[in-house]
Design a binder for this molecule. Sequence first.
Ligand code: AGP
Length: 609
Amino acid sequence: MCGIVGYIGEEQAAPFLLGGLQKLEYRGYDSAGVAVYNGTGLHVVKSKGRLSVLDGILQGGRALPGVVGIGHTRWATHGAPSDVNSHPQVSDGGMFAVVHNGIIENYLQLKNHLLRRGVEFVSDTDTEVVAQMLEYYYKGDVLEAIGQVTDRVEGSYALGIICADCPEKVFAVRKDSPLIVGLGHGENFIASDIPAILSKTRDICRLRDREIAVLEKDTARFFNADREPIEKEPERVQWDISAAEKGGFEHFMMKEICEQPEALRKTISPRIRDGRIVLDDVELTAEQVRRISKVFIVACGTSYHVGVVAKYAFEKLLRVPMEVDVASEFRYRDPILDEDTLVIIISQSGETADTLAALREAKKRGARVLSIVNVVGSTIASESDDVLYTWAGPEIAVASTKAYSTQLAVIYLVALYMAQELGHTPPAEMAAYIEDLQRLPDLASASLADKETIQYFASKYFNAKDIYFIGRNVDYAASLEASLKLKEISYIHSEAYTGGELKHGPISLLEDGTLVVAACTYGRLFDKMMSNVREVKARGAVVLGITTRDREESLKQETDYQFCIPKITDFMLPSLSIIPLQLFAYYVASMKGCDIDKPRNLAKSVTVE
Ligand code: AGP
């Protein structure tokens, strides 16, 4: 996720662009840049690092005169953070400057087409392809060139464009990534999100997919994908500035919980082509997959809990032994690895000290390392043999939610890819798995729909002293994550146990009214879980049950409260059951008045041992 802004008016553009980008830094902050028409051409200043670096170079904008410009703060997806990979990206003839939020899925194919025609590229980004295509199709009409480009690109984009031939205009177009137009008096704006322009205007128009905006300082015109003029109704923004940075949500955590369907869509869809899994530039040939004798998953915290789910997926699909380890243990336990071991490292930040140390330990012992990371160009990403990014966008809340979901999605993709390469899974079964994976974003939306039920339940138990989560198989894996979410933001004591383990000690903890959340979505052990529910109820517990919709009536007979999720492939169930459990933790912490986005004693990235 990146932040883009644009300005056209009578005031200097650069100071506004910098101020707007500062309001969008939550969307991405590994590099930033601006392009301004300065009377003779497009002048671009950009740099790796936080926005403050660019601000210093531009002396607050004074160093870059001009009244038309675009700006960008980056969350890298293609091309590690660097000066040259920063936006704006410029066409090689200097005619177009472009800022982009999104992922051009077919950029390599388009890039090769232009390379064969002698176009020279300087960056590793997908965005530069757009700038070069604009110049390639430009025959004097920018609107037509934009249409030619958007007819050919696949994927998601919000584009801000300026052209050296028409310095009195800013152009914008979007598909799947948000983009708004701000309407001022003698000036107009574009932005990824409302906070960037709220200081200037509250009158906006939201671009819909494939709509194009052509802004001059006194006019804002809109066109559809066929370049036909359309009318758009402005709307008045009522938010205050601080709420706007969170997209109208009270906390980043809730915003990120609600972003999960979109984050899943961005992470999954570019990796499924014609019914097959395609894994970016990961070099895992069928021969290499066959040689893998053991898989380790190593991570910390929530990322470790993803590994617990992964074990079920990998062992079912590949019948290859898998060990899941917390990094702080793995790095010191003299693990048995060799060149036939695949070690999968999972980390949102890509900077967790224990996880990085575990990666180095694995490489020292000859293992191949594939990492699943959310921050492009992070240390873990740079030291891995292969990297698969979770295109979740920046995760600001300390409690991880959308990173967990997209890490799970990448785990499913890797397991299915390896099964695809091994060729042991019957085609119909593989097709069913892939279909479920493609349905996951919409099913996640469905799981989000009934927040009120969870909020009501949380209102009854936010004063609890202890809350236990139980489950079996993948439900146990989800319970581990649910318990961590609850304790890290609400400070309520919580534990997760396998259902079968209760009678071996933990059940002595139960008292009258103790809350137990029973995850019972895994159908094959549903009856076993019902026995466990009866066990805890016999000791006075109150039980919230979570299951798939087809078992709702059975669950109602045994539990006090129920929440249901859609059915999906067994090893993908945690992707859906975790959503009500994230919401439960959020509402409990909210009702306790906790600092949800920044819980006490915690940091977003634990870069020390
Ligand atoms: C999760 O909510 C926590 N913030 C924490 O457990 C986190 O998952 C852990 O520190 C690992 O971080 P990483 O994924 O960035 O490596």
